[in-house]
Design a protein around this ligand. Structure first.
Ligand SMILES: [Zn+2]
Length: 269
């Protein structure tokens, strides 16, 4: 596991250096970058976990480099011709792990940023574990999900909540009726539990096809995040690109990603 990540980091670093040869991206709506995080902690080292002190460094760099924060709801309300001025960054956290509440939230507040937390309600307040977590750690303790009280506390702290389906199943593996249930019911469940409107969806694992986009639209969501990088298009709010921030990203790679220079190495992410 660790060796593989090391190799990935070397390949990415090479790509980051090469990326200096291409021109920087033009200005426009792509000034908005949605960052995809999963877990922030100090004990776990898989690809989805970013260390707490690394996350702090990233926030520090974003602030120093005048990246302004944006909320998903602001993006949903944007007009195509909006003049954004400074670059904007949207923080997103998938899967509803407790460590986002314990470690990411205090830092976001310290730096005055907000973020959207994509929650699969079927996991909230339960001991349910993703198969991958069980295989990697055999530990409930290290893989706790948020409680409903913590989700409420996120809202009270000015964070946004989105749906990450009910059970985090790959939508493309499900019969249409089941996929529809995942998309519609998760929104209903979150709205009933939290008493707020849920307008944003996130495709589990980034898997979807056009039939799912249509379901997301019919369910009343105004935006939906994928797990693929790319240029943000205000006419395609239901397939929003995101930049993954991973544990194999050195700080140099993180910077290059934010500068829009890693975009053509989509395969590496
Ligand atoms: Zn997920």
């Amino acid at each position: 596991m660790r060796a593989r990540r090391g190799v990935k980091r070397i390949v990415k670093s090479g790509a980051a250096l090469l990326s200096n040869l291409v021109p920087p991206p033009p200005s426009g709506p792509q000034k908005i970058i949605i960052l995809m995080y999963h877990r922030i902690n100090s004990f776990r080292h898989n690809e989805l976990s970013v260390k707490t002190d690394t996350f702090r460094k990233q926030l520090e760099w974003l602030r120093e480099n005048r990246f302004r924060n944006m909320r998903i709801s602001e993006l949903e309300a944007l007009e195509g011709t909006a003049n954004l001025g400074d670059r904007r960054v949207i923080f997103s956290f998938d899967d509803g792990y407790e460590d986002t509440f314990l470690n990411a939230l205090p830092l976001l507040r310290e730096y005055g940023y907000s973020g959207i937390f994509y929650i699969p309600p079927g996991f909230i307040g339960t001991d349910r574990m993703a198969p991958r977590d069980w295989l990697e750690t055999k530990s409930h303790e290290k893989n706790r999900r948020l409680s409903w009280e913590q989700v409420e506390a996120l809202l009270e702290a000015g964070m946004e909540i989105g749906s990450h389906s009910l059970n985090h199943w790959k939508l493309t593996d499900l019969p249409a009726e089941r996929a529809r249930g995942e998309i519609f019911q998760s929104r209903k469940r979150l709205e009933e539990k939290l008493g707020v409107k849920i307008t944003s969806f996130c495709y589990p694992g980034g898997y979807y096809d056009q039939s799912h986009v249509a379901m997301v639209r019919r369910a009343g969501y105004l935006s939906a995040c994928t797990a693929s990088p790319g240029r943000l298009d205000l006419d395609r709010l239901l397939t929003l690109p995101r930049l993954a921030v991973q544990s194999s990203d050195s700080f140099y790679i993180f910077r290059k990603k934010l500068e829009g220079r890693m975009e053509f190495f989509k395969i590496i992410r």
